[in-house]
Design a protein around this ligand. Sequence first.
Ligand SMILES: *Cc1c(COP(=O)(O)O)cnc(C)c1O
Length: 462
Amino acid sequence: MTNYHMSPEEFRANGHALIDWIARYMENVEQYPVMSTVEPGTIREKLPGTAPEQPESFKALLDDLDNVVIPGVTHWQSPNWFAYFPANSSPPAVLGELAAAGLAVQGMLWSTSPAATEIESAVLDWLVDLMALPQSWKMSGRGGGVIQMSASDSTHTALVVARERHDEPVDQLVVYASTQAHSSIEKGARVAGYKHVRLVDVDGKLALNTTALAQAIKQDVASGLTPVFVVSALGTTGTGAVDPIDAIGELARRYGMWHHVDAAWAGNAMICAEHRFHQGTLKNVDSYTFNPHKWLFTNFDCNVFWVADRKPLLDALSILPPYLRNGASDSGQVVDYRDWHVPLGRRFRALKLWWVLRSYGAKGLRHHIREHIRMAKELTQRLEDDDRFRLVAATDFALVSFSHVDGDAATQGIADAINLSGGAMVTTSRINDQTFVRVSIGQTRTEQRHVDKLWKMICDFA
Ligand SMILES: *Cc1c(COP(=O)(O)O)cnc(C)c1O
């Protein structure tokens, strides 16, 4: 009987060739211009207008990685990457992705692959200890953790749970975050149907001002609205600012609001004890999210979402159609992760995180995060000592924010010149009507010499 499948024997040979290709990429990525400069449409033009009728060889596919794909790739895995936040990756994470793809299980229910669920729960319990989060967030407590695609998904999920706890119509419910909060909060609120999102003023350190928050809440209550959700940022995207989580938690408790901590990037630094004072006691926190795919050497997508109490989450999201019923679920003894987020189907994402944690060990992870932070603080010092530059925010973690004293054009000029040179990549943002350069240090293989090279470029283009 005819079949067109790649045989296991061919897969073995092609797979070896692909691993060789990826290893070569890892060896050479430092040499590529970081930012792709292709014109729109260039890559699409290299593709035929219709799908191939005849099967092609794997060699042809592999060749086009070099010919078609690479010219249109911006090299997030370059050690010269300082833009946005990193999209971390590492060899054990890549291999974990591959193993998960090979198994290709659907982990929607415990019974559809017990290993996928139990390894995920165990690894997220490990992280509770590694990050010194409340013990009750473990699966053995009232809470629990789940891997989602992105922090945006987790925040959206938390917003839905908070909405479902209230009987009032959604247009009477109010969500609070600071003006520096990530756009995913507004987006999640919009998708969840909220009509009122208050972006509260920040203080001199760009952290949420709790006096302004208390005032906004009082005003809303006086006009008959119900405060239901407040976000604390542990590391804002703009400058890495940290909101006063315990004080916000106190207000959340007083007004019966759901308190969500968005620790998307800086949460990773909580594996190092010296940074934990930033997150406080986490006493009045209902949910917490962070992205190993930003700073824990684990490929996108890998977001972690914890709830302090899983009951309201399951109340909000569980729907059991007859075709998903099974004895294990009915027994109440297992976790069915389909009830923990919007999608039904789910990949075995825990595998790559498990492999990263085991391959580096907590010791290795802490070492690299501390190195990134050390390099960021050192770069901050160099900027501070040079009167051409002004720091826009403190460097608590590994994000350096600065501007040129000559103003926006000079500041933007530095970033543009660095990016066009291909030697590194940075991004800019704006705060208080002022442009600033963001240097985010955290790519897996960034070393001191890469930061030294960046500093030289900053000076050359200043
Ligand atoms: C990056 C980031 C997000 C969004 O992350 P995704 O996983 O891409 O949705 C949310 N909040 C903060 C503070 C971030 O830095």
